[in-house]
Design a protein. Structure first.
Ligand code: FAD
Length: 474
């Protein structure tokens, strides 16, 4: 009997993993909390919109459609949309058991399933990271990812005019999505100075040649910005948002290379909405719950075939490093091939490893060109909110870390409630950990045994039998 591979996430990495496992001859269950496959990169408008050209705002749409149709239409693939993995249970031998809730996230009738795979591929992706600054909690301040999701997925603009700020090449597709959806983008601000960006990208130029597609994509966005006369400024950031009840103006300032503010360079810009992003946070709760070792505390550690430190568990995509959609797809193909029992000596697998390694080199350049400067906490004031769910401010956090809770990050969190609200530290976790570094240690910001919200009633219901046949081909 063929191996059963469960793939969590149907973004570029998950779809690639499903294709790799199918090619190796495995049976695959591909599941995603979302209604449609594609993940962050190929986010589709809802079918109800009846979009004539759903791929209009997307790069590589044709290739995505081909892969999606091949995987979801395969007789050995069961596609489970609206299926959230809320927990994984370690076992004595073999991969962990996978606990799934199937059904509309806001609906009443979600079913519990427990899957016991022979191989598990984790590909849950990342979400965008936003550093706090005074006023970032005001309505009208969005993460750039949320603004892009609304533009790409719902054809909605978050405001008009919009200012986009933060760091990384991701600023460009966000600007492009908002322009295409009809918004006026005032300017795009990259916090790193031009010298840092240029040094990062210009090192080892031969590596760029191997990533011509990605470079072409970025050049396309730059052209769109130029046609719409949107300035792209480096070494400048939004350090404050102001407004009465919602954002009305952004305060921007020039930054030194460590992101400390150059005094006297502040400017006030009237805005209707502000979109900010300072990189990505990988979603590590599932690998951490499965017992996978992390690399540098930041990413899932994998070997040459995407194996994690837990037998039978593989990882692909943004949870192993931030390298973009093509890299995620290649890692997925390799992970799926290995999880499905494919021959490690296969020639196609060797070619995939080489392609994956080139993509990882590209990721290194990305990190070098767009680092987060260590002096950003200098933007904060004592009353700046750090944890938005619990409204814990910077002053309270420091007071606890230097006082009664000194030395223990857990005690600081319990005492101030930072990270204990509805988002369970998904947004503020890395920020709080960074602000407490050197003051209060311990605790894993990614330890979240319940990875997705589950109602008590759902928890009380026994799991339904998991059908062992093809569920649907979309
Ligand atoms: C908000 C955002 C916007 C981006 N926009 C761009 C862009 O415009 N251009 C660009 O080049 N790159 C963009 N990126 C980066 C790009 O999306 C990634 O490089 C690529 O999508 C990574 O693929 P992935 O498969 O690892 O993750 P993703 O594409 O994020 O896919 C992960 C999938 O896993 C699912 N999932 C997560 N947790 C669970 C769970 N517990 N149970 C079930 N399913 C789960 C999610 O619903 C999602 O569909 C963006 C990233 C983010 C976070």
């Amino acid at each position: 009997m063929s191996r059963h591979v469960v793939v969590v996430g149907s973004g570029p990495a998950g779809l690639g993993a499903a294709a790799g496992a199918l090619r190796a001859g495995a049976r695959v269950t591909l599941l995603d909390a979302a209604e449609d496959p594609g993940g962050q990169y190929h986010r589709m408008p809802p079918a109800a919109f009846g979009a004539a050209r759903p791929g209009r705002l997307h790069h590589g749409w044709r290739g995505f459609e081909r892969l999606r149709d091949r995987v979801l239409g395969h007789p050995r693939c069961a596609w489970w949309p609206e299926s959230a993995v809320w927990s994984v249970d370690r076992t004595e031998q073999g991969p962990p058991h996978v606990h799934v809730l199937r059904g509309e996230a806001d609906g009443a009738g979600r079913e519990r399933h427990v899957l016991r795979p022979d191989g598990l591929v984790l590909a849950p992706g990342a979400h965008d990271r936003v550093l706090p600054f005074p006023g970032w909690e005001l309505p009208g301040v969005y993460t750039a990812g949320a603004a892009q999701a609304l533009a790409k997925g719902e054809r909605l603009v978050v405001g008009d005019p919009v200012l986009i700020a933060g760091s990384g090449p991701f600023l460009l597709p966000v600007a492009a999505s908002l322009i295409e959806a009809g918004a006026t983008v005032l300017e795009v601000l990259e916090a790193n100075p031009a010298a840092t960006v240029a040094r990062g990208w210009a090192a080892r130029p031969w590596e760029l040649a191997a990533q011509a597609g990605k470079a072409g994509e970025l050049a396309g966005y730059a052209g769109l910005l130029a046609r719409h006369r949107v300035p792209y400024r480096t070494g400048r950031a939004v350090i404050e948002a102001r407004g009465d009840g919602r954002v009305e103006e952004a305060v921007t300032a020039r930054l030194h290379h460590d992101w400390s503010v150059v005094p006297g360079t502040e400017r006030t810009v009237p805005v209707d909405a502000l979109c900010v992003t300072h990189g990505f946070s990988p979603q590590l709760e599932l690998p951490v719950a499965a017992g996978c070792r992390l690399r540098g505390g930041a990413f899932t550690d994998v070997d040459d075939d995407q194996r994690t430190s837990v037998p039978g568990v593989y990882a692909a995509g943004e949870i192993t490093g931030i390298a973009g959609a093509p890299a995620a797809r290649t890692e997925g193909l390799l992970a799926g091939w290995a999880a499905g029992g494919g021959d490690p000596g296969d020639r196609a697998a060797a070619a995939l490893r080489r392609r994956r390694d080139r993509a990882r080199a590209f990721a290194g350049r990305l990190a070098a060109a767009h680092p987060v400067g260590a002096a950003w906490p200098g933007w904060l004031r004592p009353d700046t909110i750090v944890c938005r769910c619990e409204e814990t401010d910077y002053g309270t956090l420091l007071h606890a870390a230097d006082g009664a809770a000194a030395g223990s990050a857990r005690a600081v969190r319990l005492g101030t409630r930072a990270g204990l609200g509805p988002c369970q530290a998904r947004v503020c976790g890395p920020t709080v950990a960074e602000l407490l570094r050197g003051r209060a240690g311990g605790g894993d910001p990614h330890r979240r045994p319940v990875a997705q919200p589950i109602r008590l009633g759902e928890l009380a219901n026994p799991p339904v039998d998991t059908p062992d046949k093809k569920e649907s081909a979309r």
